[in-house]
Write a protein of this length. Structure first.
Length: 101
């Protein structure tokens, strides 16, 4: 028997919304992965802005390609963060509920 947590959050309208341990792990992984990608973007910006790093300056092709890739990484990180924060639990039927005997 899996342990389930019944929630009374504002975005959960009916009793079919149950957060399982799998839902919590999935949400946590999305948030961690998104945070890591945002950190990679910030590290890229800090690296690029150092004076001695002329290869990746904005006046070179490598700099523009790297900057475009960094923006894509930032957007992917923000998307993962949003999905982790706003993830809704799976809908379950009343027949799927287990008793807590």
């Amino acid at each position: 028997m899996r342990h389930r947590i019944y929630t009374l959050s504002a975005h959960m309208k009916d009793e079919g919304d149950i957060i399982t341990a799998r839902d919590r792990i999935t949400r946590t992984l999305y948030i961690v992965a998104g945070s890591a990608l945002v950190a990679v973007f910030l590290a890229w910006v800090a690296y690029r802005n150092q004076a001695g790093q002329s290869l990746f300056g904005m006046d070179t092709v490598a700099g523009w390609v790297g900057h475009g890739a960094a923006i894509l990484v930032l957007l992917a990180g923000l998307a993962l963060l949003a999905r982790g924060i706003f993830l809704r639990p799976e809908k379950r039927d009343a027949a799927d509920h287990e008793s807590f005997d």
